[in-house]
Design a protein around this ligand. Structure first.
Ligand code: AMP
Ligand code: MG
Length: 329
């Protein structure tokens, strides 16, 4: 059967029924595809962890239909959270707040805080409205691997583990949401993502802390996540061609992330991805590029980090973690 380009009203209704019955629905959001369950159904939430192979101590994000529902899910909403929600929802921003009673501990990995966001995607919003409750949804991939940005990625990765897949085309942002902890005195970024640090700071009027980033060749603090099958090696931009050639001559099947300033260079490699000049295009394509190089049979990917400004911060974070040490390799 040919996949539909976009979910229609009857698909939304069916997906809402699946959620009510305790099933799992893959849904498109503007960031990546999520694997959704009724947030208030502990057994359904437990199935998410099982299907993803994700440790149950890793908390999930509760997706809601509108900012005015936030108070239903959390204990209290500090002023900064209210401001951020008003400005950035619907959108790729997740707020961590004190857990409201209706959120089961299964969804928060046992934490007394809960992560909440309103996604900016017509299909996700239609599902949330039709369903009426909150939907916990991590990215719809196996734990540790590359996040899906198309419905085909979801089907390829999770297959029968999902009860229903809603079609929504390619995800327009392409990297996950920015997670901001608003439980402390000042908001801090737990994970960089689709809303930039600069945009947060402009609204709040003060600097916002981000998790520290280490240098290019010390991946130790970045256990593997968002990772393709191929090993990812990060080098300085002017070392890319030499590193690729060396690895290819050493017998590797090399995939290269070729930055725009090297677009015309001759590369010795099995496959090459042209990194887009704009950060938003790069973010949108990032996970697809990693999957593509896997599919082309590469066992090693050579890339460099973009400047960590704007969306470059999130892209660099994902590349570092894709290059992190593998526990099982
Ligand atoms: P994913 O669903 O794959 O985008 O992952 C969800 C992310 O949200 C993970 O990085 C979690 O650690 C983070 N998260 C969810 N809830 C919380 C919370 N209460 N406190 C801190 N981080 C959270
Ligand atoms: Mg994920």
């Amino acid at each position: 059967m040919r996949a539909k380009a976009k979910a229609v009203a009857s698909d939304i209704e069916q997906a809402a029924r699946v959620l009510r019955a305790g099933g799992l629905v893959a849904l498109p959001t503007e960031t990546v595809y999520g694997l959704g369950a009724n947030a208030e159904d502990p057994a359904a939430v437990a199935r998410i962890f099982q299907v993803k192979g994700r440790p149950p101590s890793h908390p999930l994000i509760v997706h809601i239909a509108a900012a005015d529902q936030l108070d239903d899910w959390v204990e209290e909403v500090p002023q900064a959270a209210r401001l951020l929600a008003e400005r950035f929802w619907p959108g790729p921003l997740t707020l961590v707040l004190r857990r409201g009673r209706r959120v089961p501990l299964e969804a928060t990995g046992g934490l007394e805080t809960v992560a909440v966001r309103v996604p900016d995607h017509p299909v996700a919003l239609a599902l949330l409205s039709a369903f009426g409750g909150g939907v916990t949804a991590p990215s719809a991939n196996r734990f540790g691997s590359v996040s899906p940005t198309t419905a085909d990625h979801v089907r390829a990765e999770l297959g029968d583990g999902v009860d229903f897949v809603l079609e929504g085309g390619s995800c327009p942002v392409g990297v996950e949401s920015t997670i901001v902890d608003v439980t402390g005195e000042t908001p801090s970024i737990l994970r960089p993502g689709g809303v930039t640090r600069e945009d947060l700071e402009a609204l709040l009027g003060h600097p916002v802390a981000v998790p520290s980033a280490s240098g290019v060749r010390v991946p130790g603090q970045h256990p593997s996540h968002y990772a393709p099958r191929a090993r990812v090696v990060l080098v300085e931009p002017d070392e890319i061609l030499a590193e690729a050639e060396l690895a290819q001559e050493a017998g590797h099947q090399v995939g290269v992330f070729l930055p725009p300033h090297l677009a015309d260079a001759a590369v010795k490699a099995r496959a090459v991805v042209a990194v887009p000049g704009s950060l938003s295009s790069y973010a949108r394509g990032l996970y697809g590029f990693l999957r593509e190089l896997d599919q082309q049979g590469c066992d090693l990917i050579v890339a460099s980090l973009p400047a960590e400004e704007g969306l470059g911060l999130a892209i660099a974070n994902r590349l570092r973690r894709a290059a992190g040490p593998r526990s099982s390799a």
